[in-house]
Ligand binder design. Structure first.
Ligand code: NAP
Length: 279
């Protein structure tokens, strides 16, 4: 199959690498010539160009640009596609994208691989990035069954676990487990940096170990991704942040009142609930 990838960064480069290793002919388009050359040299694509025309031969196109460019780049791509081309995207927010693209392209199905890294760009690409990771597809009532089946088959071949849901449900769910953590983890780093005693701050930096590494990882990632999550999933993220603030206020009160029994109950509930999110 000829598979097109628009946007050769972490996700596009990783996707291309796995698809090529399965024998697909991968056509890559990116913004910079240097990225196209690197993508070929690194084995992520069979051919690459900065010209969208390269994608006219693709049976399926994955749009892997930054979130804010998915809609405008797809609009630019339309004249180059044949009506039978199936188009999907990998954007971290689904409702605004599905709402904008579905009326423009019959054979469009939204998607979101729940896999990534804090690095970005083609050099950050990884093989088997999607293995055993959730990959959410958000077909709507007008999405052709054939388009769903073709994209599912490709996604399954990456070793990912496929889930289907409505775009809005997707956005609310990822707000809890992806977008809120980015903001909370970022606030953790910012709070640490607000320490006014420079000696204490230096000690904190030296003492930081696995706990801080785990809890600060997503907050210290690609700023563009966090910005796009907030811009495109604003409503759901605001709701999650407000709920989180209530939980923090509860904790502050409990600790202020030295109510250790209630604190212990809450910590026990968290301990019990976490595995449900991990399995
Ligand atoms: P990334 O590493 O920054 O890659 C995006 C690539 O898009 C860049 O390498 C850039 O290539 C290219 N690009 C930028 N402007 C372009 C344009 N005008 N035309 C064509 N290509 C252009 O970002 P990413 O992490 O792969 O994220 C890509 C998408 O995946 C986003 O929509 C994001 O929501 C989604 N996603 C990300 C993650 C994650 O954890 N990172 C997880 C799941 C989904 P050049 O080098 O040529 O400029």
């Amino acid at each position: 199959m000829k598979i097109g990838i628009l946007g050769l960064g972490l996700i596009g480069g990783s996707l291309g690498w796995d698809l090529r290793s399965q024998g697909h002919h991968v056509l890559g388009v990116s913004r910079r010539e240097s990225t196209c050359s690197k993508a070929i040299a690194l084995g992520s694509v069979s051919e690459a160009s900065v010209d969208l025309n390269l994608l006219s031969a693709a049976d399926v196109v994955f749009i892997c640009t930054p979130l804010g460019l998915i809609i405008p780049k797809f609009e630019e791509l339309i004249p180059y596609l044949s009506p039978s081309t199936i188009v999907t995207d990998v954007g971290s927010v689904k409702a605004p994208i599905v709402k904008a693209l579905s009326p423009l392209w019959h054979n469009f199905i939204g998607g979101h691989p729940m896999a990534g890294s804090t690095d970005n760009g083609i050099e950050a690409r990884e093989s088997n990035l999607f293995v055993n990771k959730p990959y959410v597809l958000t077909p709507i009532s007008t999405t052709p069954t054939y388009a769903v089946e073709v994209v599912e088959k490709i996604v399954r071949s990456l070793g990912a676990n496929i889930y289907h849901c409505h775009p809005e449900q997707h956005d609310r769910a990822v707000s809890w487990i992806s977008h809120l953590p980015v903001m909370v983890s970022g606030s953790l780093i910012a709070a640490c940096m607000s320490e006014t005693d420079s000696e204490v701050l230096e000690l904190a930096k030296k003492f930081a170990s696995s706990g801080f590494r785990d809890t600060s990882r997503v907050g210290g990632g690609n700023p563009e991704l966090g910005l796009m999550m907030a811009r495109f999933n604003r409503e759901a993220l605001l709701n999650s942040l407000q709920q989180y603030r209530h939980k923090l206020d509860d904790l502050i009160n409990i600790i202020d009142q030295e109510d250790w029994t209630t604190l212990e109950e809450k910590l026990k509930l968290n301990h019990k609930a976490r595995p449900d999110f991990m399995e």
